[in-house]
Each structure stands twice: as C-alpha cells, then as structure tokens.
Design a protein around this ligand. Structure first.
Ligand code: SAM
Length: 660
C-alpha cells in the first residue's frame, strides 16, 4: 500500500503541480486506505473521490493536496476543517499543524473518524459533531480554515474566525452546479484578498449558513477546469471544414492531406454510433483506393477479424466459423461494417494477394473470447464472483471513474480463489487459438512470436482477471505490437488504417489517463515509435442523439439516448459553434488550435453507457489539440444498427453479415 501511496503522490499530485514538500510528505504518510469504507481499500489510491457512509464522499487526493497547499499550514498553526467526513483531510492537516479542530454534521461519520484517529494515534485533532457554517464553538481564531463542502457563499462566522493573515479555502457555487475553489486571505479586520484556485464539484455545505437540506445529492468529482475561452466557438466555426455526404467522393478527398502517413488512426467517441463507422469507412475506402493503404487494423479479436479477412480476400471459409458472436456483438456485426467489408471484397476481387487490402484484429489475446470464457466459468462456479467480474470488465476503460461502481466491483475471497482455474482455462484457450493460427496461410505469427505470446500470457491473464490500469497498458502495448507485426508482414512501405476508440487513439499523454495515471495507448505508441510525421491521429465527437450500448458487461444492447454534452466540455464548444458536421485540422499553430490545447472535459462512451452517472462514468479531462491531429464533428448522431438474427431479412443465412 505504501508503494501505491508513493505512486499516487508522484503521479496524481506532484505531476499536477502541487510543490509544497511538507504537503507531499503528509500525503505519503497518511494511509488513505484506513479512511475509506471497508472493501474499498484496493481503490484507495485511485485518482478519484470514493463513497462513504451517509451518502458522502472522501475527497479526491489531488483536491485535498491542492487545498492543503493553498492553506499554507505552518507547524505551529491552528487549523479548522468544516466537513470532516471520513477524517482523512483533517488527519493530513494534523501532520502539518500543531492543532486541528474539525466539524462534521453526520454523527455516525464523526464516530467512525474518531475511532480511526484513536487507532492511528492522532492526538492533535479535536473532532466534533455540529454545523460548521456557524464556526468553531469557542471564540478562538484560526491560521487556516478548510471547507470540504460547497456553499452558495462564504459563511461569515468562518471569515470572522480567521486570524489576520490567515487563509480560508472553500468551494463556492450554485446548487447542483460545480463550484469555484476560492482562497481568501485576511488582510485586516474588514479586508480579504480573493484568489480562484480551480473549478471543483463538492457535496453541498448544509447548515445555517449553507444550503438547506432538501434530499438532493450533488455529484462528487472534483476536476480542475479550464477557464472559459469566450471566443472558442467562433474560432471553431471559422476553421471548420464542412463534411460532404459519406458517399460523396469529396468526403474522402478531405483526407488526402494524410495520404503520405504510414499509419492513419481513426477514433470514435462511442462503440455504437453509425456516423463514426460511416466516416471511418469513407476515409478508409479513399485511402485504400487512392493512396496504397492495404491494412485495416481494428479493435477486435484476431481470430474473428481473421475470418472477415478471409471473406474480404476471397480465401476459403472455415466451416463452422461465425465471427463476432460474443459481447459486444454490435461493435463489428452491424450494417455499416457489413457495407464496408462488402466494399473491401469487391475492391480485392481484381487484385493479387500483395495488393489486396486485409482486415486484422489488434486484440491478439482474444479479449472478448477470454472475458466470455471467464464469465461462463464463474457463472457456473460462483455467481457472486461472476457479478464482480462483470463489473470489473465494464470498468476496463481508464476514463471511467464511477465511485458507486467501485462498490459493486469489490473483490471477494472466492474471487481470488478462482484465479488459478481461470488462468489455466485461458491458457488452454490461447493454445487452441495458436494452433488454429498455425494453420492459417495468412498468419504473420511465427514460432518465436507464438512462444512470446505464451510466455507473457500467464501474466496477461492474471492482470486481465483483476482488471485495472495495468491491464489497459498491457492491452494497448499488445495492440501496438500486433499492428507493428502486421505492417512488417505486409512488407516494406505497407500503410495501415486503424479503427479503435478515441481512448486508444488520442495520444494518452495529453489526457488525464496518461498525464496523471501513467496510462498509455496505441496513438501515443505510434507517435513515439513511428515518429509524429508518419502518423495521423483523428478523433471524433458528438453532442447528442442515440447510441447502441449496454448497461453492463455482457448485458443486451439497447438503443440509448445520448445526453446533450456538458457545458464545460469540448463537445459543447463544437455544438455551440453551430458548425454542423465538420473536420477540424488540429495541426499547425492557429488560434483555434491553441485554444483547443487548454484542458477541458471530453466525453468517452464505450460498449457500456450510463447516462445517469455520465460525468463520472464518461467524462475525462484532455487537451484536444494535443491528443489528435484532426477532429471530426457530428452534432447529432444515430445508434449503429446491429445485424443480430432479429435484423436478418428472411432467407439470409445466419452467418450473415460476412456471407461465410
Ligand atoms: N474532508 C473529507 C474527507 O477527507 O473525507 C471530505 C468530506 S465530504 C467531501 C464533505 C463533508 O462535509 C460531508 O461529510 C458532509 O456531511 C459534511 N458537511 C456538509 N455540510 C456541513 C456542515 N454545515 N457542517 C459540517 N459538515 C458538513
């Protein structure tokens, strides 16, 4: 745990700009795992607030550090904290100050925090039950006051209890909205300096000088926001290049600027939006037909994509082979992919093997197949563990930070006990797949690569079984290596188009996942290994409409309504620009690109969409113009249409869409 804590301090806090050595030392010293709810210990060092009792939260570590640094707490100081919650922030303050007074309005939280202090040996914290908006009950004054809940304004009793020269740090804002984190420094009996620190989202400050209690709970993620760039919408409207219809040859020609790249990576902001598929198909058709691209590498299992590859290249079909039968089936079995593979097949008909375009899966370890097999096994052996696994696979996406999800994904003892059996089963599955692979005339896997796969598979499956950030990095590294092998196998000068989610394609170093949590992705690896000039990273986004997605891993697909984008997101800037369907070229030092480098929230919808917890589940901070070389915008989009049995026209074989 102490290693995880040190890592958290380095990556989430120091990297974001907290420099005060005493604050960093305190963050390294206080065991956050002792302040989270039982069962949540393994998530204690995530970059996220977590739920605690009474519907409250323990704050995100970075925000606590930011507040402590701003409060400039000295070793002889007397500090007041309003909203002690779990007791974590007060414990940190106690490392820095001589004495800490803390107030919490929920008696049960007070009792729990006091027990923690006794156990951990804190003697300089006086924690009381009450309404902190009224200030501390005696008349003493404080060198620093921290308020961990958001009020409509700064309660005057707190201003009065601040010493001259003292610092008060408090989130202030409207009900249900985000707040501004403010720092007040008292200059005289009546004068205070005010400084804006960040945009944040705290639970409400409820009390005599705060909000009235009305049963509402506000969201609980704190994200430092970017200042509003007033003219950004105008800049976008001016720079936007309007997109013609998908089947207009002019659509593809807009992408001639990327013709000389070795790899063009095409993202998507969800795994179930028709416009994103059709745009990728139009661009890819143009690059294949006019610019010598022969590889389409997609975020899918290798064996399933290999079946499609045989179809599009007129190679013999293997009997019994039905690709993309597992969750999330609609991602590749949909009308848009069907139309595109039909086009590839026609294009390849008149060409010899070296000039044909191939269809390859980057998830060489058969991620979907492996997950399906883990779930099937656990469903039989231990349904409770299977429920945990479903939740964990739903969170394999690094942008997803939903506190309530953590609760459902807490590991049980039996889950750990199943590990060996599950890994053994996955190892067998891999061996079967590789045997199959050896018989494939189009396979690029040689004996050495097979051996390499087998050697790292054990570790891979162990990590996949438990989920988390490490599995993401392992997966994206493997996807990159697969792409590299395919490029090599197709010979010198081979060029590839990659289809994967924005989160795999937009350079991770310019998103919260990479900048703060050390997560990488294919886009970043392509830039690093092939060189920025040889690679184009193209993202996509939408404001509203519908999307094909599930509630949970392995659950049925539904057509869901996409919430209109948030006011503080990039998406809303594009929407408000009124540009409609457009391309924005993000290369070059133009005013719009400079403005789009400033961090903002960006929406990421995967195979799972949870509109009810959208902020925590689907938004993450990023720098759009650094993440991508170009961005495609579709203001209103439609759900992809799956080719399930229910959509088959009478008489068509069940193996449709690939005609196998
Ligand atoms: N500092 C806490 C930590 O480290 O866990 C974070 C606590 S949470 C974000 C905010 C807390 O403020 C909640 O526990 C809530 O009950 C409490 N709170 C809200 N209004 C309050 C008030 N007027 N007086 C005291 N506590 C209050």
């Amino acid at each position: 745990m102490s290693t995880a804590r040190a890592h958290m301090v380095d990556t989430q806090i120091a990297k974001r700009g907290v420099r005060d050595a005493r604050v960093l030392e305190a963050m390294r010293a206080v065991p956050r795992e002792a302040f989270v709810e039982q069962g949540y210990e393994e998530f204690a060092y995530e970059d996220s607030p977590l739920p605690i009792a009474e519907g409250q939260t323990i704050s995100q570590p970075y925000i606590v550090a930011l507040m402590l640094e701003a409060a400039e707490i000295g070793p002889t100081d007397r500090v007041l904290e309003v909203g002690a919650g779990s007791g974590y922030a007060a414990a940190l303050a106690a490392q820095l100050a001589a004495q800490v007074c803390a107030i919490e309005r929920h008696a049960s939280l007070v009792a729990q925090a006091q027990a923690r202090y006794r156990k951990l040996g804190y003697r300089n914290i006086d924690l009381r039950h009450g309404d902190g908006t009224a200030g501390w009950s005696d008349d003493g004054q404080f060198d620093a006051i921290l308020v961990a809940a958001g009020g409509a304004e700064i309660p005057s009793p707190l201003k009065d209890q601040l010493k001259i020269g003292g610092r008060l740090v408090i989130p202030v804002g409207g009900a249900g909205e985000g707040q501004e984190l403010l720092k007040l420094t008292r200059r005289s009996k009546t004068e205070y300096d005010e400084e804006h620190l960040a945009s944040v989202r705290f639970v409400p400050l409820i009390g005599g000088d705060g909000w009235v209690e009305d049963g509402r709970r506000s969201s609980s993620t704190h994200l430092p926001g970017a200042a509003q760039q007033k003219k950004l919408t105008d800049l976008i409207a001016e720079a936007a290049e309007l997109l013609p219809a998908f089947d207009d040859p002019g659509f593809g020609r807009l992408f001639d600027r990327f013709a000389e790249k070795r790899v063009v990576l095409l993202g998507e902001a969800s795994h179930g939006t028709s416009e994103f598929y059709r745009a990728r198909a139009a661009i890819t058709r143009h690059l294949i037909a006019n610019h010598g691209f022969t590889i389409v590498a997609v975020e899918a299992d290798w064996p399933d994509a290999a079946a499609v590859n045989r179809y599009v290249r007129h190679l013999p079909h293997r009997s019994g082979e039905k690709p993309f039968q597992r969750f999330p089936t609609w991602m590749w079995r949909n009308t848009d992919v069907h139309a595109f593979t039909g086009w590839m097949r026609d294009h390849n008909a008149k060409r010899d093997a070296t000039h044909q375009a191939g269809f390859y899966g980057l998830d060489i370890y058969n991620m979907a197949a492996s997950i399906a097999s883990v779930l099937a096994y656990l469903d039989k052996i231990d349904p409770a563990a299977a429920a945990v696994a479903r939740e964990r696979y739903g969170c394999l996406t690094p942008w997803q930070r939903e506190p309530s999800t953590y609760g459902r994904a807490v590991l049980t003892e039996s889950y750990r006990k199943c590990e060996a059996a599950v890994v053994a089963q996955l190892r067998d599955l891999l061996h079967d797949r590789l045997r199959y692979e050896e018989e494939d005339p189009d396979s690029f896997l040689d004996a050495t690569q097979n051996a390499r796969l087998i050697a790292s598979a054990e570790r891979y499956y162990r990590i996949m079984y438990y989920g988390g950030a490490e599995s993401w990095n392992l997966r994206d590294t493997h996807m990159f290596e697969t792409l590299d092998h395919v490029l090599q196998a197709r010979g010198a000068g081979a060029k590839a188009v990659v289809w994967a989610h924005n989160s795999h394609i937009g350079d991770a170093r310019h998103t919260a996942m990479g900048a703060i949590r050390d997560e990488l992705n294919i886009g970043q690896l392509c830039r690093e290994r092939f060189g920025e000039n040889d690679v184009a990273l193209i993202g996509m986004g939408t404001h509203s409409g519908t999307v094909a997605a599930a509630d949970d891993w392995d659950q049925p697909m539904a057509v869901k309504r996409v919430n209109p984008s948030r006011a503080d997101s990039y998406e809303r800037q594009f929407h408000d620009s009124g540009a409609g369907a457009c391309l924005l070229d993000l290369s070059g030092d133009h005013p719009v690109n400079r403005a789009l480098r400033r961090p903002r929230l960006e929406r990421f919808i995967g195979v799972i969409y949870r509109p009810e917890t959208e902020l925590q589940s689907h938004y993450a901070e990023a720098s759009l113009a650094q993440q991508f070389d170009a961005f495609l915008w579709f203001d209103e989009t439609n759900a992809a249409v799956p080719l399930g049995r229910e959509n088959l026209q009478p008489g068509l074989p069940e193996t449709f869409p690939f005609g196998l």
